[in-house]
Design a protein around this ligand. Sequence first.
Ligand code: SF4
Length: 97
Amino acid sequence: MSNEIVEQLRIIFCFCVTWSLIILLLWNAKKTFQEGIKQLKRLHQIPCSRCNYFTNDYRLKCTINPTTALSEEAIGCIDFERGTCNMSGAKRSSPDK
Ligand code: SF4
């Protein structure tokens, strides 16, 4: 009789631990997903790709603020000037020409 009680308690304990781990895993996955979305939205606020001063050249990304271009520090840049993406830098750096 006491063995049956111990067995049932063990089953209940394992059930609770298993579901606790599953819930913890799902909660962590949800939290990670939400933080990823939040970070993605923040990165989309970087205005450099729409700025006239953006060169699209990895050697000099921006002629005004080369160190902050394409980084989170560029969010709210006071030198931002709306324009189309300037591809001339990339074309100049092409080894074919
Ligand atoms: S001026 Fe500012 S917004 Fe424009 S490319 Fe440079 S860092 Fe980015």
